[in-house]
Design a binder for this molecule. Structure first.
Ligand SMILES: Cc1cc2nc3c(=O)[nH]c(=O)nc-3n(C[C@H](O)[C@H](O)[C@H](O)COP(=O)(O)O)c2cc1C
Length: 147
């Protein structure tokens, strides 16, 4: 199985999360292609696609929904999952998850994901709210969901 993990990032923390998810999938025998959306990856040819993006100024970084819109026909035919990073998830409360889901509806309003990952983000070294255990277990559970 070959999976595309396509991310967009301003400062790199989403790329690192995409890399972590990729490592977990690879450890389960899945072939992974990581790609920055800037490089305009093409989702055909993959058995599943995972998109990752941060929330910036109240919005999901625009390249992610733009990619989904552009490739909707292809993406709809195979398993699709998405994840988002947000500073607001420094506190992982149901209220904050709900807010993130509303922001993510720019993507989930277009296509129904097999899984949605909501993770804390990183502003700088002193304010890094990424929870690597949560990220790893989400990726672990993803393996079955995208088969
Ligand atoms: C300019 C700026 C604006 C941000 N706006 C928000 C926001 O509105 N809501 C939120 O939850 N996080 C916000 N964040 C936090 C980012 O989601 C977090 O830093 C994320 O990890 C950035 O991802 P990146 O390193 O891949 O660019 C903001 C960060 C920056 C730098």
């Amino acid at each position: 199985m070959k999976v595309l993990i396509a991310y967009t990032t301003k400062k790199g923390s989403t790329r690192e999360v995409a890399e972590k998810i990729g490592k977990v999938l690879e450890s389960e025998g899945i072939e992974v292609q990581l790609s920055d959306l800037k490089d305009k990856p093409e989702p055909d040819g993959y058995d599943a696609t995972i998109i990752g993006a941060p929330v910036i100024m109240g919005n999901i970084l625009h390249r992610a929904p733009r990619f989904v819109k552009k490739h909707l026909k292809t993406l709809e035919q195979k398993p699709f999952a998405c994840f988002a990073l947000g500073g607001m998830l420094a506190e992982d409360t149901s209220d904050n998850r709900e807010k993130m889901l509303v922001i993510l509806s720019k993507i989930t309003g277009l296509i129904k994901p097999a899984a949605i990952g909501l993770f804390g983000g990183k502003y700088d070294d002193d304010r890094d709210y990424r929870n690597w255990d949560k990220i790893s277990s989400w990726a672990d559970e993803l393996v079955e969901k995208i088969q």
